[in-house]
Each structure stands twice: as structure tokens, then as C-alpha cells.
Design a protein around this ligand. Structure first.
Ligand SMILES: [Zn+2]
Length: 341
């Protein structure tokens, strides 16, 4: 009889199957499921991890944009504010993703003011309602200001007048051109405070995927006990578990030849060169994460990945997904060991 990869109890015949990607995030063909998760763990994940993730995370919000069923009330993007990630002039400016009535999406740069004391400081970007005297006090004479975003001149005028009112040192030098390149797209950086429960849910999806690709016996290795405890029993440190990548998962670029896809991407990489076995994932093509499973990996080098299309409902295997150890900054924590054979 199979052992549950989360609690090690026997998986009985009536257990049902655990979906690698929660069904609330889409139903796919083939339906990738695990038969090595017990009934109790399966039920626990549904109510205690997946549901909170739906209502707390940016992925939960994106889920509604893709027409998957759900309660709209309560969906928020707590702590999430996508910002412009490229171009020196606009870097850090705040944006929002706008969904039109016909379902098309566009990125809108909110009307805002950028300020810095001198050229070596980063820009601080504030919206109209944050233009207070405290803001003005932070930027004495000689500070530099920028006004960006907004849809029309009226937006622009409003924020200029507000800024003049609070900030006497401000001298208006004209509006700036938007950062959008020829293709009308701009790379966004999403600063997000992933809550512990969302982090655990992401780890669960990653762990499920590892069990699917590497097998349940591999997933039962003692090396993963800390990860298991974190996911299943809410025990242990959340630091060093989930990293937001600053670049998209490379598989996405390869797959579509452009930035992003319409769906979920999961990859697994065994990298003996830096002793790491790592899962990368992005849900609803929103935030790319990487989740190291072990920093003591001594198996062979391998890479595998899947794309889950929300448009067609199809799952396709990615051809090349190996990103290499230098793709993101190295990780300093981790104490498990694992062998893959
Ligand atoms: Zn279990």
C-alpha cells in the first residue's frame, strides 16, 4: 500500500486523487493527479491551504479574470502593487492591470509623482492622495520630481496642481513619455508579501509536482521532512522557502517566444553543480516563484517542465527548461540532502 507523501500514513482505496494543480485553478487534460496523498491530507489542503490562497493571493484574483468559478467578494490583491521593472526613467512606477469588458487586459501606469533628493537615490513613487506635507518635507529644495501615468491631460493637470500645493520646491518641467516599447508591453515587477498560508500552498503545489515527476518514493525521503512539516503541519521557518524571481521562468519565454503565456508553468530542475533541486512555478502567468526543495542534491542533472494552458485546457510538456544555477541570486539557507536515481 502506498504511503502518503505528507503524513506517511497508508493511502486507502477511498482516498481520491490529489490534483497537482488545485482544480479551482483550472481543469486540464491530461488531468495530472497523485495517488500518494491520503484522504485526510487531501481534505486538509482543500480547506486550509487552497481556499485561503484563492482569497488572499494575486493568483486568486487572476483566477477570476480567466473565468474560473469563484466568489468575487473578498478577493483582493493584498500587499500587491505591480511596478514598472524596466527603463531608468520609470523604474518603480506603480501600475495596475486593467481588464476591459471584453476581457482584454492592459497595463495602466497610475498617475503619480516620482521624487528623489539626488541622482544617486532611488525614486519614491507616490499617488495623488499620498502627496502630503510629510512627503514635501522629505524632498527639500534641489530635489528632483517626475510626473508619469494617467490617461489624459486632465489626470496630469490634477496631479501637477496637487504637487504644487504641497511642495513649494517643485518646478514643472513637462510630462514624460511612457516606457512602453514598440510592442506596447512593459515588463512589470511585482512586489508582494506572500502570506505564510499562500507560501505553504505554493510549496504544496511544488511538492506535488516533484512527487509527480520524481516519484512518491523520492518524495518520501527524509531530506524533505522539513518541507513536509511546513506544508502539512504549519511547522518551521518560512524564510528561505519561496523566492519571487525577478525574471520570468525561462520556459515561458521559450514556449511562446514572447513574454508570458496564458497559463500555469511548472518546472523541476536537478542541478548537482550547485547541489540544488528546485521547482519553479507561475500560476496564471502572474508571479514567477522558485522553491528550492533541497540544497544537498547529489543526483544527475535534469530538467523537466509543463505548461497548463487556460485557453485550451491542455497540458504540454516543455522541451527545454534548464535555467542554470546563476539565473537568480544564490540561496544561503537549507540543510537537507537528497539523492535522485
Ligand atoms: Zn496524509
Amino acid at each position: 500500500m502506498k504511503k502518503c507523501i505528507y503524513c506517511r500514513c497508508d493511502v486507502t482505496a477511498d482516498a481520491g486523487r490529489e490534483h497537482v494543480i488545485p482544480q479551482s485553478f483550472g481543469v486540464f487534460k491530461p488531468d495530472l493527479t497523485l495517488n500518494c496523498v491520503c484522504r485526510t491530507c487531501n481534505g486538509y489542503f482543500g480547506s486550509k491551504l487552497e481556499w485561503p490562497m484563492l482569497i488572499e493571493s494575486i493568483e486568486g484574483g487572476r483566477r477570476l479574470q480567466f473565468g474560473l468559478k469563484g466568489t468575487v467578494g473578498g478577493i483582493g490583491t493584498k500587499g500587491v502593487m505591480p511596478t514598472v521593472a524596466e527603463g531608468d526613467d520609470w523604474k518603480g512606477a506603480r501600475t495596475r492591470i486593467r481588464t476591459e469588458k471584453d476581457g482584454t487586459e492592459s497595463t495602466e501606469v497610475l498617475p503619480q509623482v516620482g521624487a528623489r533628493r539626488n541622482a544617486s537615490d532611488p525614486w519614491e513613487w507616490v499617488l495623488a492622495h499620498e502627496l502630503t506635507t510629510e512627503f514635501a518635507d522629505r524632498y527639500p529644495k534641489g530635489s528632483e520630481f517626475r510626473i508619469v501615468g494617467g490617461n489624459d491631460e486632465a489626470d496630469n493637470d490634477r496631479i501637477v496642481q496637487k504637487l504644487i500645493a504641497v511642495c513649494t520646491t517643485f518646478v514643472y518641467g513637462g510630462k514624460m513619455n511612457p516606457p512602453f516599447s514598440g510592442d506596447g508591453k512593459v515588463m512589470l515587477h511585482v512586489e508582494t508579501q506572500t502570506s505564510r498560508v499562500v507560501g505553504r500552498c505554493l510549496c504544496k503545489i511544488a511538492f506535488n509536482y516533484m512527487a509527480m515527476t520524481c516519484g512518491d518514493t523520492f518524495a518520501l525521503a527524509r531530506d524533505f521532512d522539513q518541507m513536509r512539516e511546513f506544508i502539512r503541519n504549519d511547522v518551521g521557518d518560512e524564510m528561505g522557502r519561496v523566492f519571487v524571481k525577478h525574471k520570468p521562468i525561462i520556459a515561458q519565454e521559450i514556449l511562446s517566444g514572447q513574454r508570458g503565456t496564458d497559463g500555469h508553468v511548472l518546472t523541476v530542475e536537478g542541478r548537482p553543480a550547485d547541489s540544488t533541486l528546485e521547482i519553479q512555478l507561475t500560476l496564471f502567468n502572474s508571479i514567477p516563484y522558485r522553491i528550492p526543495m533541497t540544497r544537498n542534491y547529489i543526483g544527475h542533472r535534469f530538467a523537466q517542465g509543463h505548461h497548463f494552458s487556460l485557453e485550451s485546457g491542455e497540458v504540454s510538456e516543455l522541451k527545454t527548461t534548464y535555467a542554470g544555477p546563476d539565473f537568480d541570486p544564490p540561496i544561503s539557507s537549507g540543510s537537507s540532502s537528497a539523492k535522485f536515481d
